[in-house]
Design a protein around this ligand. Sequence first.
Ligand code: ADP
Ligand code: MG
Length: 434
Amino acid sequence: MGKYQARIISLILAMIFIMFWDYIFYMIERNPINWPVDIIFTAVTLISVWLLAYKVDNKKQLLAELKDSEQKAKALSDEKNRIMDNLQEIVFQTDSKGNITYLNQAWTAITGHSISECMGTMYNDYFIKEKHIIDYIISQIKQQAPSGMFTAKYIKSDGTIFWGEVHYKLYYDHRRQFVGSLGTMSDISERKKAVDELLETNERLAMQSQKLAIAGELAAGIAHEVRNPLTSVSGFLQLMKAQYPERTDYFDIIFSEIKRIDLVLGELLLLAKPQTVNFTAHHLNHILKQVATLLDTNAVLSNTVIEKDFTQTESCIVNGDENQLKQVFINIIKNAIEAMPDGGNIHIYTKRDEENAVISIQDEGNGMSKEKLENIGKPFFSTKDQGTGLGLPICLRILKEHNGKLNIKSKNGEGSTFQVILPLEAAAVQKEEK
Ligand SMILES: Nc1ncnc2c1ncn2[C@@H]1O[C@H](COP(=O)(O)OP(=O)(O)O)[C@@H](O)[C@H]1O
Ligand SMILES: [Mg+2]
């Protein structure tokens, strides 16, 4: 109805006017009726009025549509602003010169700066200008890169600083001229802090391990100093023991504790302080046989049988310190015995290739879990009540000095094989073979 409003009203008015005119012309003035002229006159008047009113209706319609689309645009823009303002991240837009042309509410929430004051200011007025950041952005624009990212220290309105991570897109026109950017920025201070803390922890750990090394050396010095008086204490106690036969149980405990102190001190010394090493050529089998004999008694006591097969390395010579090499095998075989509390078999066999001798010590113990394997060899890692956790670290240190290696094959519940790999003394081997 609204669409035809002007046309209907003007038609009615025109008809009233024509009737009024006809009434005066024909009734009062009593002119003769001329039908053709009258009909043409009426038709022309009505059509002209209709056409004019049609224009008016059209204009009104257009105005209404314009108003409607204006309202829709406003609703859309309000909606966009509402979304933008509810974002946790700052959204910004700049023109080709880097002047800020848009900011959402997060800007004020995070930085404390008012949006209206910041409009038209430079994008880099708010972070600590570091040359590499500015250079990076300029080079990106030169290369017409489509997007980029940087982190910078931003300054809030109260002067405090936070770390901002900025992701942006760069826009170019059809002539490849830079026209502006659109991007987001978030406060990553917490994340940055966590990363920094991690780095700090790593650094601290590195420092600690350095300290531990120094402490180890110190401990070795102390160990040495403690050992001497311990020997005399132990000697005098031996003498006293004879005088107090009713207190043998006390003495037994004292001596077992002294033995333990001595053991720990001895291992500390071995680990931390480089021993006076005496590198000479030795028959590998001599060393192995001596060690096996030494530990045979231990083995028998714990119901263990040591099987030996050294035939493959009959003439092999290794260059090294005899006592230290013995220490390696003793530590590994002792572990093997301890891995089988109910007894079992330990198989020690040797193999050789062109350059190395491989000595395998295989037990039937409980083996090791993956987690244990990861920790094995770390100083003080021990799963035994009476363990020092220094046996394997000592082996590793000695083998390193002898250019040797230690391989460990172990599965939980399936026993372990420790393989000692030692380089053979080439000249000595040849001499032996002649
Ligand atoms: N043959 C083995 N079988 C099972 N576990 C072993 C074996 N050898 C070493 N381990 C594990 O490695 C740990 C460290 O050994 P080690 O350095 O000799 O210290 P310790 O013997 O004093 O505990 C042991 O406590 C044990 O858990
Ligand atoms: Mg051990």
